[in-house]
Design a binder for this molecule. Structure first.
Ligand code: DP6
Length: 400
């Protein structure tokens, strides 16, 4: 029998995703099974990613976890649920073949370190990237391949969509055990090369009501949510999938805005109501509609999750002009050089008619910064050992 390895270490990265047909509401809270299917765009990891190192060793005495350098409790039920799921898959795989030359013992304790290349407090979907990354790293560690979205779903529903790049559909599934509630790629990130994404960070505040708690109240009280899940989403998903396949920005943008608006309408229809949008979010919505009305077509599409930050979809040839419109409407308060982050943005001068019709107000300092990104690939394995977040002793490395 091959000797078991003493220490094994793997590092992966995983992306953030933003839904254009929203997931809101569970039919099973423990298994994290949604009441409706959803569809998202995976964002590029050059701008937004989680990096996770997972290590297992016979010398570790307990499971330990570090998030952004701080040690946190490993007992979190969803974390345990992901871990259980990946180990179950590993056991299943090993049962199927005796070929493993150096199996890593599933009974070894593990150390996990995870960090984001963006501020967690910015309200960007960090749990989706976090759980997708955890599952990717653990799966590699245990030599598990194939379908992993089911394991990521156990951490956070939206995390299953971060297990693939490009355009991803999470099928609600029918089975009570959730085995058919999986995420699948609709089209790869290369499919729509002109598509761009702007994240308008308006607030670093932590959200008032977590998605998990919010959707539970919505399921219990909102008749609109029931109608949405049964009638509206199934039809929209088909149209959304088609608009992506055909790279039809007009249809894609309209559906994206309508679905974001309906999600926030179900929040208002929840009792007591939940408010994720703030006054600034509403100003951005109005600005996008003025911009589109001026151009007499859908040039930009907004979407908002469980917080006030706006995510804007647009095509590359609109970026410079729209960024200038945002800069004029919400002039940076201080350090204006940090206002634009991510992919480079060209300069644009705004025609007088556009200024008069679209830039109708100026609220200095309201938008903290704009992050320019695009669709990107799914989780990646980092081969370079110097990128591990844990040292050879299994403890977080001191980072310069
Ligand atoms: C508004 O995936 O964070 O972002 O499954 O309870 O962890 P849990 O919820 P989560 O909800 C995301 C909600 C959303 C819409 C979406 O991403 O589809």
């Amino acid at each position: 029998m091959a000797e078991e390895r003493a220490l094994a270490m793997v590092t992966c990265t995983a992306p953030v995703n933003i839904a254009v047909i929203k997931y809101w509401g569970k039919r099973d809270n423990d298994l994290i099974l949604p009441i409706n299917s959803s569809l998202s765009v995976t964002l590029h990891q050059d701008q937004l990613k989680t990096t996770t190192t997972a290590a297992a060793s016979r010398d570790f005495t307990e499971d330990r976890l570090w998030l952004n350098g701080e040690e946190v409790d490993v007992g979190h039920p969803r974390l345990q649920s992901c871990l259980r799921e990946v180990r179950r898959l590993a056991r299943k795989r090993r049962g199927g073949s005796a070929e493993d030359s150096a199996p890593l013992s599933l009974s070894y304790k593990i150390h996990v370190a995870s960090e984001n290349n963006f501020p967690t407090a910015a309200g960007l979907a960090s749990s989706a990237a976090g759980y997708a990354c955890l599952v990717s790293a653990l799966a590699r560690l245990y030599g598990v391949e194939g379908e992993l979205s089911e394991a990521a779903r156990r951490g956070s529903g939206s995390a299953c969509r971060s297990m693939a790049g490009g355009f991803v559909r999470w099928q609600r599934g029918e089975r009570p055990d959730g085995s058919d509630s999986l995420a699948q790629q609709v089209a790869p990130e290369t499919h729509w090369p002109e598509l761009r994404v702007l994240v308008l960070v308006v607030s670093g505040e932590k959200k008032q009501v977590s998605s998990t708690a919010g959707m539970q109240t919505s399921v219990a009280t909102s008749p609109l949510l029931k109608h949405r899940a049964e009638v509206v989403v199934p039809e929209r998903l088909e149209r959304m999938t088609r608009s992506i396949r055909e790279r039809d920005f007009e249809a894609f943008g309209q559906l994206t805005m309508q679905d974001s608006n309906q999600f926030h309408a179900t929040c208002l229809d929840t009792f007591p109501p939940i408010f994720y949008l703030n006054d600034l979010s509403r100003r951005i919505i109005a600005l996008a509609h003025r911009f589109n009305a001026h151009h007499a077509c859908t040039k930009v599409a907004y979407t908002f999750d469980a917080g006030p930050n706006a995510v804007i979809f647009l095509l590359a040839d609109t970026v410079a002009e729209f960024v200038e419109v945002v800069r004029r409407s919400f002039p940076p308060a201080a350090n204006g050089d940090q206002f634009l982050r991510g992919l480079p943005v060209g300069s644009a001068s705004l025609p007088q008619e556009l200024l008069a019709a679209v830039v109708t107000e100026s609220v200095p300092g309201a938008v903290q910064y704009i992050l320019h990104t695009k669709p990107g690939p799914g989780p990646q394995l980092l081969d370079d050992p110097s990128q591990h977040l844990l040292g050879a002793d299994g403890l977080p490395r001191c980072r310069a």
